[in-house]
Design a protein around this ligand. Structure first.
Ligand SMILES: [Zn+2]
Length: 601
């Protein structure tokens, strides 16, 4: 009540009903003014609060507001006290900064909280210096922790404990911080434990980023890319990143947020619309974090202002923020990756209920096969190597699952991100003759219709005639891949139908056929498979890990097992588990996925 607001660069718009509205594009264009501000017209200032209070009065009023949990008001009152400080005000100066630091922590304004904690450090000659500085170091440590600066947080907690060895909050927070430092430096996470604790109520997780084995560098025509700083073996953790910001579907308040991008005419009303508002709020009070976000690719948008701060507020061009979200948003599942459908889904929001920004992962360029796979537990993105990666190699992930029909993949990539993929799959597809490409496209359509008409069910097995039809379709598709360009390159159109046939045979006493088709699926995904006696060697150097990789390996394992070749079966199961782990981030759900599929034992 009684607030005085200045609006920079307002736009007057005629509304649909003929009335006038004021449009404000950027939140930093709205400035709240104190009644004492010289820019306030005298008529506005009448009857508003007395500007001539003493520092101590502001301090007391702030503390009253704080005790009522009226944090925004407390922040304003402490700030007025700080503005009224005179050179001779010493003790109260430190109290005001320390109290405002606490308020900023409550409001999740981490950067101002840190600055206030530092400004509240008391000279040793002051009364209560030890106690107050214990608290100041503790507050600085808390703010550093929330900003993900764990080494700095450790320094602050150590200082706090030097002054007050029994300070319980510092002891507790230091212990928590140590776990974050282990995660950050060594990638030590207990994903099974994390997955067991995650739920719809608990999915904004308290974990550090592990990104030290990657670096951002120029990547030719792709702009920037992410590169491995050291050799990483297939299946190893490459990085783990907590969302910069994420909005889950059930957190999005329907009808409250709609974004209409006046530059592109795109309208979004789902979580993506909430994400813009969440991010803009976060950036406003955390200018250093704003730089992290605003450095991401925005499609060449030219912001109106590039100064990070004007009038003590972070300048945010919401059109730029929206452009960044549209190009860098990742879709993610509501709780965790838990089945084939949600494993590597689109980088965009369309497939999932949730959408977020992971700033480091955003630098990873796309390839349809790639050398990484991502999985999600809560707001953690877990990125593992799907192939051996050498030091200095560029890292690639699938922005979307490649379609069996390459022209579809190409079109989607072009529409959303504006580039043409030149990965091994797309390069081989480009060498397919137009006549052959047309034939393959037609057969892909036939395959989709066949699979829709003959879904596997737990209680009915496909007839011999239907299986024969599928095999014939498979052979015809295979004939379209005769170009040498496809040697060692995934032949995606063959994969789903191959899995279907392998499974169909698994239900009859024809284990060898199951194995043959399962191995063929793996080979069509560019794995090289060699089984000799009890030994299984699977070369993953060109292989593409998909849901079908897990399916094929499990079918092969179960068929070998029923043929009495347990050692071979075990090795296929281990391979399936690695692939599943890559796609899901943890092992839960693997068994359940095959219940009812494998009833031939
Ligand atoms: Zn590609």
């Amino acid at each position: 009540m009684g607030a005085i607001i200045a609006i920079k660069e307002p736009l007057y718009k005629v509304a649909a009903d003929g009335g006038y509205t004021i449009r404000v594009d950027h939140p930093s264009d709205i400035v709240f003014l104190h009644a004492t501000d010289t820019r306030v017209p005298s008529a506005f200032a009448l009857g508003t609060s007395d500007p001539s209070k003493h520092v101590l009065e502001w301090m007391q009023l702030g503390t009253v507001a704080f005790s009522k949990k009226d944090y925004l008001n407390a922040l304003d009152l402490y700030s007025r006290g700080i503005a009224a400080l005179q050179a001779e005000d010493t003790t109260v100066r430190y109290d005001l900064f320390r109290n405002r630091s606490v308020v900023n922590l409550m409001l999740k304004r981490w950067e101002p909280a840190q600055a206030d904690a530092e400004a509240s450090m008391v000279p040793a000659s002051e009364p209560m210096a030890k106690e107050n500085n214990t608290k100041a170091y503790f507050l600085a440590g808390r703010a550093s922790y929330e900003l993900g600066c764990y080494v700095e947080a450790e320094k602050n907690f150590a200082e706090a404990l030097k002054l007050g060895p029994d300070h319980e909050d510092s002891l507790k927070e230091r212990k928590r911080n140590e776990a974050r430092m282990r995660e950050e430096a060594f990638g030590v996470y207990d994903f099974a434990e994390i997955a067991s604790l995650v739920s719809k109520r608990n999915r904004h997780l308290d974990h550090a980023n592990f990104i030290c084995n990657t670096e951002v560098r120029a990547s030719g025509s792709r702009g920037r890319g992410l590169f491995a700083k050291k050799a990483i073996k297939a299946n190893e953790l490459v990085m783990c990143e907590k969302a910069f910001s994420v909005v889950f579907g059930s957190e999005h308040i329907k009808d409250l947020y709609t974004t209409v991008n006046l530059h592109t005419d795109r309208i979004s009303a789902g979580p993506q619309a909430s994400l813009l508002s969440t991010i803009v709020q976060k950036l406003r009070h955390n200018p250093k974090q704003a730089i992290q976000f605003l450095s991401l690719y925005d499609g060449g948008h030219t912001p109106k202002c590039t100064a990070p701060q004007v009038d003590n507020a972070t300048v945010i061009d919401v059109f730029q923020a929206q452009a960044i979200i549209e190009r860098n948003g990742f879709g993610c599942p509501e709780v965790r990756s838990s089945n084939a459908q949600t494993i590597t889904g689109a980088k965009t929001h369309s497939v999932f209920g949730a959408v977020g920004i992971w700033t480091r992962a955003s630098y990873i360029n796309h390839a349809c096969d790639g050398n990484l796979r991502r999985a999600f537990i809560g707001d953690l993105m877990i990125v593992r190597a799907s192939k051996d990666i050498a030091a200095g190699d560029e890292l690639f992930m699938q922005y979307l699952l490649p379609d069996a029909d390459n022209s579809q993949t190409m079109a989607k990539l072009k529409n959303t991100w504006g580039f043409t993929c030149d990965c091994a799959i797309c390069a081989a597809e480009a060498q397919t003759s137009p006549a052959q490409a047309r034939r393959r496209k037609q057969l892909i359509k036939e395959t989709a219709a066949f699979m829709a008409a003959h879904k596997h069910t737990a209680d009915r097995r496909p007839s011999t005639r239907v299986i024969a039809e599928a095999e014939q379709l498979l052979r015809r598709l295979q004939d379209t891949y005769d170009a040498p360009a496809f040697t060692g390159v995934p032949r995606l159109a063959l994969v789903d139908l191959g899995v279907w046939v392998s499974r169909a045979y698994g239900r009859a006493p024809t284990q060898q056929k199951t194995i043959d088709h399962a191995v063929e699926v793996l080979e069509n995904l560019a794995f090289a498979v060699a089984v000799a006696g009890d030994s299984v060697v699977i070369d993953s150097s060109k292989g593409s890990v998909e849901g079908a990789t897990v399916d094929a390996a499990v079918y092969a394992a179960r068929a070998y097992d029923s043929l009495g070749r347990a050692r071979v079966a075990e090795q296929f199961i281990l391979f399936a588990e690695d692939a599943y782990y890559l796609l899901n981030g943890e092992m839960r759900g693997l068994q359940g996925r095959y219940v009812g599929h494998l009833d031939w034992n």
